[in-house]
Ligand binder design. Sequence first.
Ligand code: RTP
Ligand code: MG
Length: 143
Amino acid sequence: MTIERTFSIVKPDAVKRNLIGAIYQRIEAAGLQIVAAKMLHLTKEQAQGFYAEHEGKPFYDGLVEFMTSGPVTVQVLEGENAITRYRELMGKTNPEEAACGTLRADFAESMRFNSVHGSDSPTSAEREIAYFFAADEICPRTL
Ligand code: RTP
Ligand code: MG
């Protein structure tokens, strides 16, 4: 059994539509535990740094504009194979390709306004958790 932590964002489109609770409910119902959480309004610098891997891509500036357009919630999720399981719960980036019952199929508005973020690898998870949370802001549940 591999207990992992992953990093999650409820993006501005979902916060604006009062979907924080619905998304948290799906996360908890899937057996993942929220071990850290806070709300913040990202600065341009924070969003650019967070998505640095996409710098230079055609969607980068629009993505940064979107991610700074309103408040987000950021979470650390913990559980068995949390990284892969949360990616499965989110569904594909493009909601039109996301499987039925996934967060993006049910809540996303478009490829850009796609409601949630989740780390794509253990390396990303470690970087992204440290980008937003100090060690003493995380309350271990299973680890
Ligand atoms: P995320 O990082 O937000 O969890 O999403 P992801 O891994 O599924 O997708 P990624 O390729 O990392 O893209 C990051 C975010 O950029 C926006 N995007 N827009 N062609 C487009 O218009 C486009 N492609 C990507 C989405 O908000 C995507 O989640
Ligand atoms: Mg990504």
